[in-house]
Write a protein that binds this ligand. Sequence first.
Ligand code: SF4
Length: 199
Amino acid sequence: MSKIRPKNIIKGFTSDHTEKSKNRLLVCSGCEFRNKLPLKLSNCQVCGCLVDAKSKVEEESCPMNRWKDIKKIEKKGIIVGNLSEDITDISVVDEGVIFTFKDVIKKGGPGKVNLRVINDRAGEAKQFKADELDLTHLKVKVACGCTTTSDSPTELAEGDNFDLTLSYDTERIGAFEKNVRVMSLQEEFYIQIKGEVKN
Ligand code: SF4
């Protein structure tokens, strides 16, 4: 449990929000470990800290490691956060995000990526019209049978999020790069998982 260090408490209350702290708060906003008070007054039930104050202190971290890999697909108004332990890198490209596995996966071993997708279309960029802020008719599509996904909602309102699990069939030996398309009436982006399976 990583409780905010006493020397950082005042800093947390007196600093302004940055883009990074706002992204952290978006992750907290949909987190099952946050109590359901308004975000400004809300505590993390794992570390006990006020999430608003803690998010503003650069060197502080989420006790469940959910702040470490948050990436924004700028033009799409989407934030993607990593919920997995075994991902080494998340990179953002124009049209999506790429998750790369840290280690070579053993044949039949775990090949799952757990992530959180957040609708941040009202965020800093503000390039969307009011009626484009919600993502409607949402669909997640995989390119081939070696990758499957968990269920996803069909609508994602502004500020809302959902968790998605992508599973690769690790009975297949070799390097892989698999794309999953996330589509809605308003937007489309892709999530790629990348790695290698060996005997
Ligand atoms: S700090 Fe981490 S565990 Fe706590 S509410 Fe935020 S995202 Fe959830």
